[in-house]
Each structure stands twice: as structure tokens, then as C-alpha cells.
Design a protein around this ligand. Structure first.
Ligand code: HEC
Ligand code: HEC
Length: 378
């Protein structure tokens, strides 16, 4: 069970029972709305309430103090929560009377409410935004959790859990309530992003295209930057040529001279080109353009050559062999450290053995007598 749910289920138990019994003669939520104006500079309630200076106060009944994952509380408030402080009618009354008396060091800069009526009314108002504390006059519409709790059905652990789950539907827009951010991506969204193509052909879509078709597409969509023959216009990237230049001082790295896998060409063109109009090409277009880029690099010489999902892996680029797999992680030296130590890694206390200034790695300031390490300043 997540910490969030646990906090809530405990809270449901503690908070709901006395409150439901008491609401009949407790505060007036409507009057409480006016009192809440004193809080509203720092707190929001209601649909879409966000944290402001203070945390949002939806479902504050049953909330462990200091427990919203996406709000930065004072240490004092977090400690109070760890010590078992859960918000309910009684604890809110004490807190709101004099916040700093109850939680010493709280960063809530609010002196407190002096009038008993104001206290009761604002708490009744907050209760209307807390599903774990449905007031008596709203019981008809109350969440099942409140009814279960009222009926005393929370003794067993399972009933308790389900009550909590109802009491605070951790909405789908939240990451299980931990940070209160985001929502689960839809299948379509994942599919739109998941377009990478691997050297082993994983991800290649159905389709095909010929060199001749690619030539037309290239002339229309690519040549303005990359040149009719992939030679590059001005300083736009060169896409062809450069064979046997890799050992030169200024190697010409192209698809033909440098790239290890044809899958990268397909992936890159489909993902990023034409520059400024990415993702505008059909899968067949990209097969045709990839075929044409092979042709420009003298890797196929037949204008009728058709590249498709089926023969894609038969094409090998000349420089593939010169790439080696990165196996560093398997070397004993790395493997031994596969699980890096992240806490209490040193048995003894840390000892300072030398200071950077003495080691002369940190330049002194200009008016230091011994400004050793400084470059010339005059
Ligand atoms: C000037 C800003 C300010 C005002 C006004 C204010 N609060 Fe707060 N409140 C805060 C801050 C900041 C915190 C976080 C306290 C901490 O972390 O120590 C807080 C915390 C709380 C908490 C604890 C919530 C939790 O998640 O643990 C409650 C309950 C609360 N306030 C209720 C109220 C009510 C009700 C009023 C009005 C009567 C009010 N506050 C007025 C700033 C304010
Ligand atoms: C408006 C200019 C422009 C157009 C039009 C254009 N590109 Fe590009 N292309 C670029 C730029 C700029 C880069 C480098 C982008 C980068 O490095 O981030 C690039 C990079 C590339 C590369 C990778 C080159 C390398 O070696 O890194 C390929 C392959 C490519 N384009 C193919 C195409 C194809 C195919 C088309 C037509 C469908 C096309 N480009 C249209 C500007 C353009």
C-alpha cells in the first residue's frame, strides 16, 4: 500500500467517526466560506485547486500533516506528520487557533482564528471539500467510504483499504498520488513516439520505394539544401561521397563513408527530414529516399532497385566493420561496481587530508600575498 493510501486510511478511521457524529451541530459551511477568505491568499480548495503559498486543502480531513508529495513543507510540519498528526476536526481546531503553538516552526504565517464560530465554520467549509468528512446535511450524496466508516465497517484491514480507496479516488491524472503529476500515456501517444528503427530491422514499417521514385522526391524536397547529388549546398550537410577520407585530417563523414547502419538513415530521414517539415513523408517515401541515398553513395547502381522491409537487412554499409560494440560495462573493472554504493559508503568518518589552496589548484585572489597559481594580472 502506498504511503499516501496508508495515510488516508488511517485518517478515515480517526477522522470520520467523531466528525460525522458531530457535524449536525458543528459549524456552518456557508459562513465558513467567508472566513476562508483569510486563508485564500495562501490556500486553494475546490476543483483543480493548486498549491499556492500553502498546500491545497482538498481532502484535508484524514490527511497526514505535511504529506502532499508535490508541496514543500517545513521540516516541522513533516515531523508532525511523522509523529502521527492527522487532520480532523479536533486537530484542525487546535492548529487554526494558534498554528505556531501546535506545530512549532511551521511556515504558515498566520496568527490564528480567535472566534470559536469562525473556527467551526471554516472547518465545516473545509469538510465540504473532504470526501472523508461529509457533513451531516450532505450525507445523501456522500461517498460510500463515509457511509461505510459511519456504519463502523472499518475494523478489518480489507474494508479499511477499500474505504480509503473510495474516500480519495487517486485520480488517473495523478501518478498514484505520489507527486500528483502527469497521467498514463495512451496507446496512440506511445505509438507516435515509438518510431525508432534498429540495426536488426526492429521497427521497420511495411512498405517499399525505388531509386527512381526517390530521385523525384529528393529533387523536390531535399536538393535545395543537400544538393542534387547529395553534395550539400553552401554549408548544408553533405550526404554522399567522402569514401576513404576517414583517416584524413578533415574526414568527410557521409552515409556512404561513415555511417554503420542503413537503419539510421531510414530512422533519421523519417524522424527529422525535410528540415522544417519533419514527419511529413510517408513510409514508402522514406524507403524511396533511402534507396536514392544508397544510389548517390554508389552502394546500388540500378535506378530500378527497390528497397523494402524485406530486403532492407541485405544492405550493409561499407564502414560497419569499423564500429565496435561498447562492451565496457562487461569489463571486470566496471562489473565489480555494477551496484554503486549510494549511502554510508565509508566505514569511518570522512577525513580531510589536504586543502585545494595548499595543493595550489585554486588560484588565489589578486590581493593575496601568495597569489600563486594566478595567471599574470598586469
Ligand atoms: C500567509 C499564508 C497562509 C495563510 C493565510 C493560511 N495558511 Fe495554512 N498553511 C500555509 C503554509 C505555508 C502551510 C505549510 C506549513 C508548513 O509546511 O509548515 C500551511 C499549512 C496548512 C495546513 C496543513 C496542511 C497539510 O497538508 O498538512 C492546514 C490544514 C492549513 N494550513 C489551513 C489553513 C486555514 C484553514 C487557513 C485560514 C484560516 C490558513 N491555513 C491560512 C500558509 C497559510
Ligand atoms: C532546409 C534544409 C534541409 C532540407 C530541405 C532537408 N534537409 Fe536534411 N539536413 C538538414 C540539416 C540542417 C541537417 C543537419 C541537422 C542536424 O545536424 O541537426 C540535415 C541532415 C540530414 C541527414 C543526416 C546527415 C548527416 O550526415 O548527419 C540526412 C540523411 C538528411 N538530412 C536527409 C534529408 C532528406 C532525405 C531530405 C528530403 C526529404 C532532407 N534531408 C531535406 C537540412 C535540410
Amino acid at each position: 500500500m502506498s504511503k499516501f493510501l496508508k495515510a488516508l486510511s488511517l485518517g478515515t478511521l480517526i477522522a470520520t467517526l467523531p466528525l460525522l457524529a458531530a457535524t449536525a451541530h458543528a459549524g456552518d459551511a456557508q459562513k465558513g466560506e467567508k472566513v476562508f477568505k483569510k486563508c485564500a491568499a495562501c490556500h486553494a480548495v475546490g476543483e483543480g485547486a493548486k498549491n499556492k503559498v500553502g498546500p491545497e486543502l482538498n481532502d484535508v480531513f484524514g490527511r497526514t500533516a505535511g504529506s502532499l508529495g508535490d508541496y514543500k513543507y517545513s521540516k516541522a510540519m513533516i515531523e508532525a506528520g511523522n509523529g502521527g498528526l492527522v487532520w480532523d476536526e479536533a486537530t484542525l481546531t487546535t492548529y487554526l487557533t494558534k498554528p505556531r503553538d501546535m506545530v512549532k516552526g511551521t511556515k504558515m504565517a498566520f496568527a490564528g482564528l480567535k472566534k470559536q464560530d469562525d473556527l467551526e465554520n471554516v472547518i465545516a467549509y473545509l469538510a465540504t471539500y473532504s470526501s472523508a468528512a461529509a457533513p451531516a446535511d450532505q450525507q445523501g450524496a456522500a461517498e460510500p467510504a463515509a457511509e461505510e466508516a459511519a456504519a463502523g465497517e472499518t475494523e478489518t484491514a480489507s474494508a479499511d483499504t477499500s474505504a480509503a480507496a473510495h474516500a480519495a479516488p487517486v485520480s488517473e491524472t495523478r501518478d498514484g498520488g505520489v507527486l500528483g503529476l502527469g497521467r498514463v500515456a495512451t496507446d496512440d501517444e506511445v505509438a507516435a513516439w515509438n518510431i525508432d528503427i534498429r540495426p536488426d530491422g526492429t521497427g521497420l514499417p511495411e512498405g517499399s520505394g525505388t531509386v527512381a521514385e526517390g530521385e523525384v522526391l529528393f529533387t523536390d524536397n531535399c536538393a535545395v539544401c543537400h544538393g542534387d547529388f547529395g553534395e550539400g549546398v553552401g554549408r548544408w550537410p553533405v550526404l554522399a561521397g567522402g569514401q576513404d577520407t576517414l583517416t584524413e585530417e578533415r574526414p568527410e563523414k557521409t552515409i556512404g563513408s561513415y555511417w554503420p547502419y542503413l537503419s539510421t538513415v531510414y530512422d533519421y530521414v523519417r524522424r527529422a527530414m525535410p528540415y522544417g517539415n519533419a514527419r511529413s513523408l510517408s513510409d514508402d517515401d522514406v524507403y524511396a529516399l533511402t534507396a536514392y541515398l544508397l544510389y548517390l553513395n554508389d552502394l546500388v547502381d540500378d535506378e530500378d532497385f527497390e528497397l523494402s522491409k524485406d530486403n532492407f537487412l541485405e544492405i550493409r554499409l561499407p564502414n560497419e566493420e569499423n564500429f565496435i560494440a561498447d562492451t565496457r560495462a562487461e569489463e571486470p573493472h566496471y562489473a565489480a561496481k555494477a551496484e554503486p554504493c549510494m549511502s554510508n559508503c565509508k566505514d569511518s568518518a570522512v577525513e580531510i587530508t589536504m586543502r585545494a589552496r595548499i595543493l595550489d589548484v585554486t588560484p588565489g585572489s589578486v590581493d593575496d600575498d601568495d597569489a600563486s597559481g594566478m595567471g599574470s594580472v598586469d
